[in-house]
Design a protein around this ligand. Structure first.
Ligand code: GTP
Ligand code: MG
Length: 366
């Protein structure tokens, strides 16, 4: 029996993990291979799941906690994906505020389930603009020191650090960032890619599809500081049904809502605001992202036609008070609905600070 490849693509919120998962899954499909995708969040109702599923891939969503703390759900997700079609590779995206994946996921998988999976090296993606600020190479808003601790731990445990979005940097900035990463995290192999323009992907994908998993000792981690850092981030997921008597422009709706949320969030740095809008008719989807408070709102997918009704999924992660995040989101939602002469019905919403991580397994060595 050929073992399925188990590939985990980590990295901080907004680094481009889901975009990379999609690019790798497409590559596998083009090569005649099957990919099973696994998304993960502290809660349920994920933009990432909706986005990946809209491309026709099999996706399992693990909600209610990170892979480390829901290790058995991760295995269950693999089993569910295997039931219909045995994937050649599982591609899993952990929560962007999560770390200690080497000790809590990769090594337990290798030690306990080495017969079933061939575990790939751990890739950690970075957004270069965020990384320049976090590493002190450029001015700009950064997160609190305990969030920074989580960010640094992610890089410390990486087999490969993948500088993504290189289309946003000139060569001098990229060189400076790469040399800072190489000197601070000498254990990691460095890649520079753009999942948007596809530059550098071939080399990185060849690595994740063929290289053996690393065997370095997992970095030590202070779970108190990690938990406090994660809990500084507010988390909000909501699903909303939109309906109007007239057709309205769904792309403009998302842009208008994002502008309201950004201007209302004056204090806490936005880590990632993402939304999808799926019309009730057809299978089109709009996807909007904002990955820092002073960043540009981007739409990676646009609706081709106006809609009368559809489902909006909104996920917001920011260094902010979750209750206030929800109050502002609700107000922004109703104001935007009024602007577009639509009714907004909140089907599900949750806002909270992530609970202290409590991994199912922790194995510092392979
Ligand atoms: N310019 C540029 N933008 C990119 C690239 N890759 C991803 N993005 C954008 O970065 C934003 C965030 O991408 P995602 O793939 O959702 O990031 P993520 O790491 O999965 O985010 P979380 O799941 O919230 O942690 C989106 O607007 C993407 O279109 C890239 O190579 N270049
Ligand atoms: Mg994602």
């Amino acid at each position: 029996m050929v073992k399925a490849r188990y590939i985990m693509i980590g990295g901080f919120l907004g680094a481009g993990k889901t975009t990379a998962v999609l690019a790798l899954a497409r590559q596998l499909r083009a090569d005649g291979k099957r990919a099973g995708l696994i998304t993960n969040d502290q809660s349920f109702g994920l933009v990432d799941t909706a986005m990946l599923a809209s491309h026709g891939f099999d996706v399992e969503e693990i909600g209610g906690g990170c892979f480390c703390c829901r290790f058995n759900s991760l295995l269950q997700a693999s089993e569910n994906l295997s039931r219909d079609a045995r994937p050649d590779a599982f591609i899993a995206e952990p929560v962007g505020s999560c770390t200690d994946l080497r000790a809590a996921v990769s090594y337990p998988l290798r030690r306990i389930y080495g017969e079933d999976f061939e575990v790939a090296p751990l890739s950690v993606l970075v957004d270069p603009v965020r990384a320049e600020r976090m590493l002190g190479l450029a001015p700009g808003r950064v997160f609190a020191p305990k969030v920074q601790y989580v960010y640094e731990k992610q890089l410390e445990e990486a087999d490969a650090i993948v500088v993504n979005k290189v289309d946003l940097l000139d060569q001098a900035r990229l060189d400076r960032l790469q040399s800072a990463l190489a000197s601070r995290y000498p254990q990691a192999r460095l890649f520079a890619v753009s999942t948007r323009t596809c530059s550098g992907l071939e080399e990185w994908f060849a690595y994740v599809l063929t290289a053996a998993g690393g065997s370095q000792i997992a970095p030590e981690i202070d779970y108190e500081t990690y938990a406090e850092g994660e809990a500084l981030l507010g988390w909000l997921n909501c699903t909303v049904n939109l309906a109007s008597k007239h057709e309205f422009d769904g792309n403009a709706f998302l842009r208008s809502l994002a502008a309201r949320l950004r201007s209302a969030a004056k204090t806490g740095e936005i880590a990632h605001l993402k939304m999808t809008l799926s019309p009730d008719q057809g299978n089109d989807i709009a996807v909007l992202n904002l990955v820092r408070s002073d960043g540009a709102v981007e739409m990676s997918h646009r609706l081709q036609a106006p809609l009368e009704s559809g489902q909006l999924i909104l996920n917001l992660r920011a260094e902010d008070d979750p209750e206030q995040m929800w109050a502002r989101t609700e107000a922004g939602l109703y104001a935007t609905a009024a602007e577009f002469d639509a009714a907004a019905n909140v089907e599900q919403h949750e806002f909270f600070r992530p609970a202290k991580p409590n991994p199912t397994h922790r194995m510092a060595t392979v």
